[in-house]
Design a protein around this ligand. Structure first.
Ligand code: NAD
Ligand SMILES: O=C(O)C(=O)C[C@@H](O)[C@H](O)[C@H](O)COP(=O)(O)O
Ligand code: ZN
Length: 363
């Protein structure tokens, strides 16, 4: 097993857009150095469900001479709420948190999303360091500077682009991750395979057991490859003016499913059905071959991810999809593939095309 750390760089046009994603084990020890001498106080944000990990981070920081505050927030999607952000702002305000202090986010993608939003908005920007503890957080949410909270109307409708000062991907934290969360994270790994790095798909197909072993080198390689895909994309297009839209593969329908299911579905599960839908859509307009579309089914099925969704929810899904950020006026827009590793956009003025593709995955 590799004891070396891997460093993946994210770059941008401003100094604050350059940071490292460090992948390795026992990385907690790197946190004080990453924060630097300028930082005096640190707010650690973590969900109640990860109190133990949050406490370890806080104790370590205290031992290194930092003054710490803690904001323990509701778990998972319940944490991505304006009231949770307001609670964090209150903690920061009552403790005279200044621009020379920092936030550390410890947890899954929901935590890094809300903590990033708090960091971007408090005093119009304080440093945030992400310590993702879920597979999905490691390969996707903690990297790239997109943050967000949900509103009653939909997922991630409020948020900013605000890069973290650094990301520490400590693979040891995966040891306690429930299997269904690991599988959910694999959906975003597969997404990276479909849009940019076909070697990811080959690795998954060749190693059906090793990918479920959190200590395997295969899983580590998948994590590093997926982070590299994300880092490469956001380094070129932080603000999603074009290329970054490709990271939204499977998300137009996926987010609508999450909303309709009131966030009882895992994000990766919803994205899995969304990718199936996007593949059927691309196949129906002649952009994706039968073989590449069928490969979606076989890989997602192999991972135990869902492939279908309820026939009777079409209208609710369409309403949800209209609020997608890629929509322009009445025009729905989808990320589709012209082949594996070749993403593009499909503008859909006529929803009958969508309905026909949906019939292929409706159950
Ligand atoms: N900003 C982005 O670029 C981006 C990218 C992808 C996803 N997201 C967002 O991320 C969220 C999904 O992230 P997620 O799948 O990590 O969900 P999550 O944050 O809800 O975490 C899933 C569950 O796993 C638990 N958990 C996390 N780490 C654990 C560990 N090491 N041991 C035991 N339990 C652990 C959490 O407490 C939670 O119950 C969604 O809200 C999605 O919209 C954001
Ligand atoms: O980083 C991005 O850009 C992505 O689209 C990554 C997605 O996996 C992620 O779920 C993201 O939060 C979706 O963004 P949204 O703006 O469509 O909500
Ligand atoms: Zn996602």
């Amino acid at each position: 097993m590799s004891s070396e750390n891997t460093v993946i760089k994210v770059t941008g046009s401003a100094p604050t857009e350059n940071y490292d994603v460090v992948v390795g084990r026992g990385l907690l020890a790197n946190l004080p150095e990453l924060l630097g001498e300028r930082v005096k106080r640190v707010l650690v944000i973590h969900p109640r469900a990860l109190r133990l990990t949050g406490d370890t981070v806080r104790d370590d920081l205290e031992a290194s001479g930092f003054t710490t505050l803690t904001a323990e927030i509701p778990d998972a999607e319940e944490g991505k709420h304006i009231q949770v952000a307001a609670f964090c702002w209150q903690v920061l305000g009552q403790n005279d948190f200044t621009r020379s202090d920092a936030i550390v986010a410890v947890g899954g993608g929901a935590v890094t999303d809300v903590a990033g939003f708090v960091a971007a908005t408090w005093l119009r920007g304080v440093r945030v360091i992400n310590m993702p503890t879920s597979l999905l957080g490691m390969v996707d949410a903690a990297v790239g500077g997109k943050n967000g909270i949900n509103t009653a109307e939909g997922k991630n409708l409020v948020g900013t682009f605000y890069p973290p000062a650094g990301v520490l991907v400590d693979l040891d934290t995966l040891d306690t991750l429930p299997p269904n969360e690991l599988i959910s994270g694999m959906a975003e790994v597969v997404k990276c395979g479909f849009i940019a790095d076909p070697a990811i798909l080959d690795l998954i197909e060749a190693n059906p057991e090793a990918i479920k072993d959190t200590r395997s080198e295969v899983l580590r390689e998948l994590i590093e490859r997926a982070i590299t895909v994300k880092a490469t994309v956001v380094s070129q297009d932080l603000h999603e003016s074009g290329l970054r839209e490709t990271l939204n593969y499977g998300h137009t329908l996926g987010h609508a499913i999450e909303l309709v299911e009131r966030y009882s579905w895992r994000h990766g599960a919803a994205v899995s059905v969304g990718m199936m839908f996007a593949a059927e859509l691309a196949r129906s307009v002649g952009r994706l071959s039968d073989a590449d579309a069928d490969r979606h089914r076989s890989i997602l099925e192999q991972l135990g991810l869902p492939l279908t969704y309820r026939k009777d929810r079409w209208q609710a899904l369409l309403d949800g999809m209209r609020r997608d950020k890629k929509t322009r006026g009445d025009l729905l827009r989808f990320v589709v593939l012209d082949g594996i590793g070749k993403p593009g956009i499909l503008d859909v003025p006529d929803t009958s095309l969508l309905f026909a593709a949906y019939q292929e995955i409706a159950s």
